[in-house]
Design a protein around this ligand. Structure first.
Ligand code: FAD
Ligand code: HEC
Ligand code: HEC
Ligand code: HEC
Length: 601
């Protein structure tokens, strides 16, 4: 059950009684927002907050029923320099060193965005976030997992991606100039007289189309890595296109923003710059077989279709993918034993039942049987494992040098023999993850056409814009969230500047917001209202069957509600005191419930 209501804060009442004799009517007329932001991920939220803080009204629409986009499920790691954390660690990092790393690692990054990021990340990202209540752990350093960085810079927000992005949302929610409209898909830009006039939208639950008017639009719809046709057709020239690649980005990362921008005259750039992984496993919950999950497995070995190892399993992601693409079929099997099973970590495991997890793995009592079941030559697999075990014992991997530089993710154990049955395997595939190209913008996040002319009223920020091209062909990591936020802020400020014609400094100090605009914790669940009462009106079980896109997250959450036997008021305490309508969801309070499932770090 869902109803789209027009944002109430931008409804203005016009009392006509004194002007029109005898009328005495109260006309309520919706006032169009100045700016529409399409996408409530970190780029869109930063853009919205910045727009609002510059005094313009902004409406944020999103296809999901919830805010945050990828940032919610991300590690929340941001590349930052010159921070108090770096100082405490005695790290010497300068603008020159960081610039050099960006260029050496990324080969062809956009020089303007690199320059601006290098110069301003401490003030415009770190300090800005600290004011909103975000705090950071000391930078994590691992030259194997974060190659390209000559200094520790990967600062993870406390509370992970949720801890990073939710304070921005809270501040936006508390700002009188910002409105949100969820379950609303941007379909097409409205253009007349050579400039953007708004967005045509579709209600993601009932499919109804309507038009939302605004003087400027900021596209922040994320990347295209879940659109596998686009991924494959833009595969870097000269590299083998994987026979099968899994979608490892969000379900809405289909490139819809690119389509909208192109239809409005915008151009695309760097479409073949992507950050993909080699450690994908098919998501056992996905019936299409197209979605993948990222895995870490320090005890497993990777074998190709001939049952042979073909790489140092612990080398950097970029390296591994290159090697994997040279293997027949561009796929492999990850093989391990019983102790290795508990070491296997999969992004998304914690959402799954044991039954779903075991569906992802092939299990057998002997290596021979395992080989038979996964279709590998049994003798070759046995020999590979025997040789690997010998090398573990001798301490030297003579084939791929896995142990000498062995570095393992925190908490995992170093290589050990694969000997204790039962044995397991899962098939590994390339995993599409991040788009480092997309809509072409200038350094003010304005969308430009193929001749570099600005499209009046149109801006793009974050992954939809390939992060401005700041990564070039390879990312230093932490260089997605940081640039999304920065580009979003720049887009918001520039949109207002263009509308107002003012020359207010683009990157002035953001206005101070109260550090914690959250209302007090929900009161005790003393209400007599229980779940049964709620479901007498709310057909939750029915809604779970809906396949409409606007129910995607509702399904994810409420499926777990039934599985884990939560009480409705545990997350909807604002409703408990009523028991019946009228009651509305309290979005600010909802933020506390997200942590139940999304808190990491
Ligand atoms: C598991 C994981 C871990 C990661 N860890 C890190 C990390 O530690 N550090 C780092 O820097 N980066 C990391 N990243 C990458 C980073 O999270 C993303 O690149 C970044 O969050 C992108 O932000 P965005 O706002 O541009 O887009 P998104 O977060 O993709 O947001 C786009 C929003 O737009 C909405 N949308 C899409 N199409 C439409 C439409 N047509 N109409 C309306 N709404 C629409 C979507 O629903 C979504 O909410 C990680 C990514 C993943 C998947
Ligand atoms: C007597 C029927 C009835 C009962 C009982 C009831 N609701 Fe509702 N609820 C409604 C109606 C009607 C709406 C308004 C729907 C709308 O405006 O789209 C609503 C709205 C909501 C919304 C907000 C939807 C939104 O988009 O803002 C939530 C959340 C909600 N109810 C949860 C609950 C919970 C939890 C309970 C039990 C504590 C409950 N309701 C009990 C009828 C009921
Ligand atoms: C674990 C927390 C949690 C529990 C428990 C929970 N919900 Fe929700 N609910 C949410 C969140 C988060 C949303 C926000 C939007 C979404 O995910 O679609 C939501 C949204 C809703 C909505 C609004 C959906 C809409 O139309 O957008 C209704 C109605 C609702 N819940 C009813 C219920 C009922 C009834 C129960 C008990 C059977 C329940 N919820 C239990 C977290 C919860
Ligand atoms: C009861 C558990 C639960 C609660 C509560 C919950 N979520 Fe989720 N959410 C999920 C699951 C499960 C997924 C899918 C993750 C996956 O497939 O790995 C998800 C995915 C998401 C995604 C998609 C990320 C992407 O790009 O793939 C967003 C955004 C999100 N949640 C936001 C929220 C917000 C905001 C709240 C609080 C208002 C919230 N969630 C509350 C369970 C929950």
């Amino acid at each position: 059950m869902y109803r789209v209501t027009f944002p109430k804060k931008i409804l203005i009442g016009v009392l006509l009684s004194s002007l029109a004799p005898g009328a005495g009517v109260l006309l309520s007329q919706p006032r169009d927002p100045d700016v529409i932001v399409v996408g409530a991920g970190i780029a869109g939220l930063a853009a919205a907050l910045e727009t609002a803080q510059h005094g313009a009204s902004v409406l944020v629409i999103d296809l999901w029923s919830v805010f945050g986009g990828h940032a919610i499920v991300s590690g929340g790691g941001v590349l930052l320099t010159g921070t108090p954390n770096q100082d405490r660690m005695g790290v010497v990092d300068t603008e020159e060193i960081l610039t050099k790393d960006f260029f050496e690692w990324g080969k062809s990054p956009d020089p303007d965005w690199v320059r601006y990021y290098v110069k301003s990340n401490r003030k415009e990202i770190h300090d800005w976030l600290l004011r909103l209540g975000v705090s950071f752990n000391d930078p994590f350093y691992d030259p194997i997992r974060l190659p390209g960085n000559s200094r520790p810079r990967f600062h993870q927000a406390k509370g992970g991606g949720f801890g990073l992005v939710s304070p921005i949302y809270r501040a936006a929610l508390a700002h009188p100039n910002v409105e949100f409209l969820f379950n609303t898909e941007g379909v097409e830009l409205l253009i007349s007289e050579g400039r953007i006039q708004g967005v045509r939208v579709r209600n993601a639950r009932n499919g109804e189309l309507s038009e939302l008017k605004a003087s400027a639009v900021i596209l922040a719809t994320g990347g295209f890595q879940s659109n596998l046709d686009l991924v494959k057709s833009n595969w870097p020239a000269g590299e083998t296109v994987p026979r099968e690649i899994l979608a490892g980005s969000g379900p809405n990362s289909l490139g819809s923003g690119l389509v909208m921008a192109k239809a409005a005259g915008g151009s695309l750039h760097r479409m073949d710059h992507m950050w993909n992984y080699s450690s994908g496993m098919k998501d056992p919950r996905d019936l299409t077989g197209k979605r993948g999950l990222r895995t870490f497995n320090t005890r497993g070995i990777w074998v190709n279709q001939s049952g042979q190892r073909f790489l140092n399993e612990d080398s950097a992601e970029g390296e591994r993918l290159k090697i994997l693409l040279k293997q027949p079929g561009t796929t492999y099997w990850n093989v391990f034993d019983e102790p290795g099973r508990s070491d296997l970590s999969v992004f998304g495991w914690n959402w799954m039942s044991e039954e779903e997890k075991s569906r992802a793995l092939v299990k057998a009592d002997t290596l021979e049987e395992l080989a038979l079941r996964i279709g590998l030559p049994a003798q070759a697999l046995q020999q590979t494992v025997a040789r690997y075990n010998q090398m573990v014992d001798s301490g030297a991997d003579e084939d791929f040098d896995r142990f000498r530089n062995h570095r393992v993710p925190q908490g995992a154990t170093p290589p050990v023999v694969i000997a204790k049955p039962p044995f397991y395997a899962f098939q590994g595939f390339p995993l599409a993850r991040k788009s480092m190209g997309g809509i072409r913008t200038d350094q003010y996040s304005r969308v430009v056409d193929s001749n570099n002319n600005v499209i009046p009223g149109l801006y793009a920020a974050g992954e939809v814009a390939g992060f401005g091209g700041i990564n070039g062909v390879a990312a230093l990591e932490g260089t997605f969230l940081g640039p999304s936020l920065l580009m979003g802020r720049v887009a918001g400020a520039k949109a207002v500047e263009d509308l107002r014609g003012s020359v207010e400094s683009l990157h002035r100090e953001p206005r101070l917001l109260s550090a914690n605009p959250t209302p007090p914790a929900p009161e005790a669940l003393e209400s007599a209202v229980d779940s049964e009462n709620c479901v007498s009106c709310h057909t939750v079980a029915e809604d779970l069957k809906s396949t409409a896109r606007g129910y995607e997250h509702f399904r994810l959450v409420h499926r777990l509600v039934f599985l884990r036997n939560y009480n409705c008021v545990q997350c909807h305490s604002e409703v408990s005191s009523h028991g019946g309508p009228p009651h509305r969801i309290d979005r600010l309070r909802q933020v506390q419930n997200c942590e139940l499932c999304h808190k990491t770090g």
